[in-house]
Write a protein that binds this ligand. Structure first.
Ligand SMILES: *[C@@H]1O[C@H](CO)[C@@H](O)[C@H](O)[C@H]1NC(C)=O
Ligand SMILES: *[C@@H]1O[C@H](CO)[C@@H](O)[C@H](O)[C@H]1NC(C)=O
Length: 167
Protein backbone atom coordinates (compact mmCIF):
# COMPACT_ATOMS: atom_id res chain seq x y z
CA UNK A 1 0.00 0.00 0.00
CA UNK A 2 2.77 2.41 0.89
CA UNK A 3 4.45 1.54 -2.38
CA UNK A 4 1.19 2.19 -4.24
CA UNK A 5 1.02 5.60 -2.68
CA UNK A 6 4.54 6.38 -3.79
CA UNK A 7 3.63 5.51 -7.35
CA UNK A 8 0.50 7.63 -7.11
CA UNK A 9 2.60 10.55 -5.98
CA UNK A 10 5.16 10.03 -8.71
CA UNK A 11 2.41 9.75 -11.28
CA UNK A 12 0.94 13.05 -10.21
CA UNK A 13 4.35 14.70 -10.14
CA UNK A 14 4.86 13.52 -13.70
CA UNK A 15 1.53 15.01 -14.73
CA UNK A 16 1.78 18.22 -12.76
CA UNK A 17 5.45 19.06 -13.12
CA UNK A 18 5.52 19.98 -16.82
CA UNK A 19 2.66 22.44 -16.45
CA UNK A 20 4.37 24.16 -13.54
CA UNK A 21 7.86 24.22 -14.93
CA UNK A 22 7.57 24.83 -18.63
CA UNK A 23 6.06 27.78 -20.42
CA UNK A 24 6.07 26.95 -24.08
CA UNK A 25 7.14 29.29 -26.82
CA UNK A 26 5.25 28.84 -30.09
CA UNK A 27 6.78 30.18 -33.28
CA UNK A 28 3.62 31.06 -35.21
CA UNK A 29 3.72 29.13 -38.49
CA UNK A 30 6.90 27.35 -37.35
CA UNK A 31 9.51 27.55 -40.15
CA UNK A 32 7.12 29.45 -42.43
CA UNK A 33 6.66 32.25 -39.91
CA UNK A 34 4.01 34.99 -40.15
CA UNK A 35 3.04 35.48 -43.76
CA UNK A 36 0.25 35.29 -46.35
CA UNK A 37 -1.11 32.14 -47.90
CA UNK A 38 -0.66 29.92 -44.85
CA UNK A 39 -3.42 28.20 -42.89
CA UNK A 40 -2.86 29.39 -39.32
CA UNK A 41 -5.95 27.60 -38.02
CA UNK A 42 -4.51 24.38 -39.28
CA UNK A 43 -1.22 25.25 -37.60
CA UNK A 44 -2.99 25.95 -34.29
CA UNK A 45 -5.00 22.72 -34.44
CA UNK A 46 -4.03 20.24 -31.75
CA UNK A 47 -1.79 22.68 -29.89
CA UNK A 48 -2.49 23.45 -26.25
CA UNK A 49 -1.99 27.11 -25.52
CA UNK A 50 -1.71 27.71 -21.78
CA UNK A 51 -1.50 30.87 -19.74
CA UNK A 52 2.18 31.85 -19.54
CA UNK A 53 3.04 30.47 -22.97
CA UNK A 54 4.37 32.77 -25.65
CA UNK A 55 3.55 33.37 -29.28
CA UNK A 56 6.39 34.60 -31.47
CA UNK A 57 5.47 36.19 -34.81
CA UNK A 58 8.47 36.15 -37.15
CA UNK A 59 8.62 37.99 -40.49
CA UNK A 60 10.89 40.39 -42.40
CA UNK A 61 10.54 43.84 -40.82
CA UNK A 62 8.18 46.01 -42.90
CA UNK A 63 6.66 43.09 -44.80
CA UNK A 64 3.99 42.38 -42.18
CA UNK A 65 2.88 43.42 -38.72
CA UNK A 66 0.78 42.04 -35.89
CA UNK A 67 -2.37 43.44 -34.35
CA UNK A 68 -4.25 41.91 -31.46
CA UNK A 69 -7.93 42.36 -32.28
CA UNK A 70 -11.31 41.23 -31.03
CA UNK A 71 -13.59 38.71 -32.75
CA UNK A 72 -15.16 41.40 -34.93
CA UNK A 73 -11.79 42.72 -36.04
CA UNK A 74 -10.72 39.17 -36.83
CA UNK A 75 -13.85 38.36 -38.81
CA UNK A 76 -13.79 41.55 -40.86
CA UNK A 77 -10.02 42.15 -40.91
CA UNK A 78 -10.28 45.53 -39.22
CA UNK A 79 -6.93 46.70 -37.88
CA UNK A 80 -6.82 49.02 -34.86
CA UNK A 81 -4.83 52.30 -35.05
CA UNK A 82 -1.33 51.87 -36.45
CA UNK A 83 0.11 52.83 -33.06
CA UNK A 84 -1.02 49.46 -31.69
CA UNK A 85 0.88 47.44 -34.28
CA UNK A 86 3.75 45.17 -33.37
CA UNK A 87 6.42 45.64 -36.03
CA UNK A 88 9.73 44.18 -34.79
CA UNK A 89 9.67 41.11 -37.04
CA UNK A 90 10.12 38.98 -33.94
CA UNK A 91 7.11 39.99 -31.92
CA UNK A 92 6.68 38.04 -28.73
CA UNK A 93 3.32 37.98 -27.03
CA UNK A 94 2.92 36.35 -23.62
CA UNK A 95 -0.47 34.74 -23.24
CA UNK A 96 -1.36 36.33 -19.92
CA UNK A 97 -5.03 35.43 -19.60
CA UNK A 98 -7.22 32.51 -20.60
CA UNK A 99 -9.82 32.87 -23.33
CA UNK A 100 -10.04 33.50 -27.04
CA UNK A 101 -7.33 35.58 -28.72
CA UNK A 102 -7.30 36.95 -32.25
CA UNK A 103 -4.38 38.31 -34.26
CA UNK A 104 -4.23 39.73 -37.77
CA UNK A 105 -1.73 41.35 -40.10
CA UNK A 106 -2.67 44.95 -40.83
CA UNK A 107 -0.56 45.41 -43.95
CA UNK A 108 -2.46 45.84 -47.24
CA UNK A 109 -5.06 43.13 -47.71
CA UNK A 110 -2.94 40.41 -46.12
CA UNK A 111 -5.75 39.52 -43.72
CA UNK A 112 -8.70 39.67 -46.16
CA UNK A 113 -7.05 38.12 -49.18
CA UNK A 114 -3.97 36.42 -47.76
CA UNK A 115 -5.64 34.76 -44.79
CA UNK A 116 -2.97 36.18 -42.48
CA UNK A 117 -4.95 35.82 -39.28
CA UNK A 118 -4.74 33.59 -36.25
CA UNK A 119 -7.35 32.61 -33.69
CA UNK A 120 -6.45 30.61 -30.59
CA UNK A 121 -8.03 29.68 -27.27
CA UNK A 122 -5.78 29.98 -24.24
CA UNK A 123 -6.44 27.59 -21.38
CA UNK A 124 -5.73 27.87 -17.71
CA UNK A 125 -2.88 25.83 -16.36
CA UNK A 126 -4.09 22.68 -14.65
CA UNK A 127 -3.00 23.95 -11.24
CA UNK A 128 -3.80 27.63 -11.67
CA UNK A 129 -4.83 29.28 -8.39
CA UNK A 130 -8.46 29.48 -9.57
CA UNK A 131 -8.70 25.70 -9.65
CA UNK A 132 -9.20 23.96 -6.33
CA UNK A 133 -6.86 21.06 -5.46
CA UNK A 134 -9.83 18.68 -5.48
CA UNK A 135 -10.50 19.56 -9.13
CA UNK A 136 -6.86 19.19 -10.05
CA UNK A 137 -6.69 15.80 -8.38
CA UNK A 138 -9.81 14.51 -10.06
CA UNK A 139 -7.75 14.15 -13.24
CA UNK A 140 -6.32 10.90 -11.89
CA UNK A 141 -8.75 8.28 -10.77
CA UNK A 142 -6.24 6.34 -8.70
CA UNK A 143 -5.89 9.10 -6.14
CA UNK A 144 -9.48 9.57 -5.07
CA UNK A 145 -8.63 8.47 -1.57
CA UNK A 146 -5.73 10.86 -1.27
CA UNK A 147 -5.87 12.96 1.88
CA UNK A 148 -4.92 16.53 2.56
CA UNK A 149 -1.57 15.75 4.25
CA UNK A 150 -0.60 13.59 1.30
CA UNK A 151 -1.55 16.37 -1.06
CA UNK A 152 0.71 18.73 0.87
CA UNK A 153 3.50 16.19 0.76
CA UNK A 154 2.93 15.86 -2.95
CA UNK A 155 3.29 19.60 -3.43
CA UNK A 156 6.46 19.63 -1.36
CA UNK A 157 7.88 16.76 -3.41
CA UNK A 158 6.88 18.49 -6.63
CA UNK A 159 8.52 21.74 -5.64
CA UNK A 160 11.64 19.95 -4.46
CA UNK A 161 11.96 17.97 -7.66
CA UNK A 162 11.20 21.04 -9.72
CA UNK A 163 13.98 23.00 -8.03
CA UNK A 164 16.44 20.09 -8.41
CA UNK A 165 15.66 19.53 -12.08
CA UNK A 166 15.14 23.03 -13.35
CA UNK A 167 17.47 25.28 -11.34
C1 LIG B 1 -13.73 45.46 -31.32
O1 LIG B 1 -12.66 46.37 -31.44
C2 LIG B 1 -13.01 47.59 -32.09
C3 LIG B 1 -11.77 48.46 -32.18
O2 LIG B 1 -10.63 47.76 -32.48
C4 LIG B 1 -14.09 48.31 -31.31
O3 LIG B 1 -14.48 49.48 -31.99
C5 LIG B 1 -15.28 47.40 -31.15
O4 LIG B 1 -16.22 48.02 -30.32
C6 LIG B 1 -14.87 46.07 -30.54
N1 LIG B 1 -16.01 45.18 -30.53
C7 LIG B 1 -16.35 44.50 -29.47
C8 LIG B 1 -17.53 43.60 -29.64
O5 LIG B 1 -15.75 44.57 -28.40
C1 LIG C 1 12.95 36.30 -31.00
O1 LIG C 1 12.30 36.38 -29.75
C2 LIG C 1 12.50 35.23 -28.96
C3 LIG C 1 11.61 35.34 -27.75
O2 LIG C 1 11.59 36.63 -27.22
C4 LIG C 1 13.96 35.09 -28.61
O3 LIG C 1 14.15 33.95 -27.81
C5 LIG C 1 14.75 34.96 -29.90
O4 LIG C 1 16.13 34.95 -29.61
C6 LIG C 1 14.44 36.13 -30.84
N1 LIG C 1 15.05 35.84 -32.11
C7 LIG C 1 15.66 36.77 -32.84
C8 LIG C 1 16.21 36.34 -34.16
O5 LIG C 1 15.77 37.94 -32.46
Amino acid sequence: MAIDRVFDVLAIVAIVLPSIAMAEEFIVGDGIGWTIGFDYQDWAKGKDFLVGDKLVFQYPVGAHNVFKVNGTGFQNCIAPPQSEALTSGNDTITLATPGRKWYICGVGKHCELGGQKLFITVQRKSLAPTMAPSQALSYTSSVNEITAPIYQLLMAVTVTIASMVFL
